[in-house]
Design a protein around this ligand. Structure first.
Ligand code: HEM
Length: 160
């Protein structure tokens, strides 16, 4: 009787441990999934580094600067100013604690006559920077979706 009871208890303990253990794993996965993109990217410090590299890559780019309006603006507008605003924007859009205080995308890009081709060039450069910083595929796709959501306001030239 004693032996039968103890093996019954042992079985119960094993089953309970397995069930509780798998629940803990499920709960952990759910918590990870609920983390904001901002947190998954590591917060403001890594975001500011990636944005800084992105702006440093965009500003001297020959394909973009072949557009005289872009070339004139990059000579007039300080890179640190763009880094500040784009960092705040990415921080806010990914669920971080920042508040973007700059102008809207339509207003700030209207005079640049940005074409589809220039947009595609910017996306290639952006992907390159994300790869350099080893941003994982899931987070890369989410960032690209955020950038893509601004395209209609930024690409205004009828030219390809
Ligand atoms: C081909 C694509 C793009 C080019 C060539 C470009 C270039 C520029 C330039 C030259 C300025 C300064 C304009 C001026 O003040 O005269 C500017 C401003 C800005 N851009 Fe872009 N941009 C592009 C796409 C984007 C995207 C995708 C975002 C964000 C998702 C972005 C965010 C900003 C912000 C936040 C500002 C500053 C707004 C302000 O002055 O308040 N840009 N951009």
């Amino acid at each position: 009787m004693f032996t039968r009871n103890s093996s019954l208890w042992a079985t119960l303990v094993v089953v309970t441990t397995l069930v509780t253990g798998s629940q803990a794993v499920l709960a952990q996965t759910a918590a990870e999934q609920q983390q904001s993109l901002y947190d998954r990217l590591g917060g403001l410090a890594p975001i500011s580094v990636v944005v800084s590299d992105f702006i440093e890559t965009l500003v001297p780019d020959a394909i973009l600067n072949a557009n005289p309006a872009i070339d004139a603006a990059r000579k007039r507008v300080p890179a640190p100013y763009l880094k500040y605003h784009v960092t705040a924007m990415v921080c806010q859009a990914t669920g971080g604690p920042c508040q973007y205080q700059g102008r809207g995308m339509k207003e700030s890009h209207a005079h640049l006559n940005i074409t589809e081709r220039e947009w595609d060039r910017m996306v290639v450069l952006f992907k390159g920077v994300l790869t350099t910083h080893k941003v994982p595929a899931q987070e890369t796709n989410e960032l690209l979706a955020i950038v893509d959501s601004t395209k209609a306001d930024i690409v205004t030239s009828p030219q390809q």
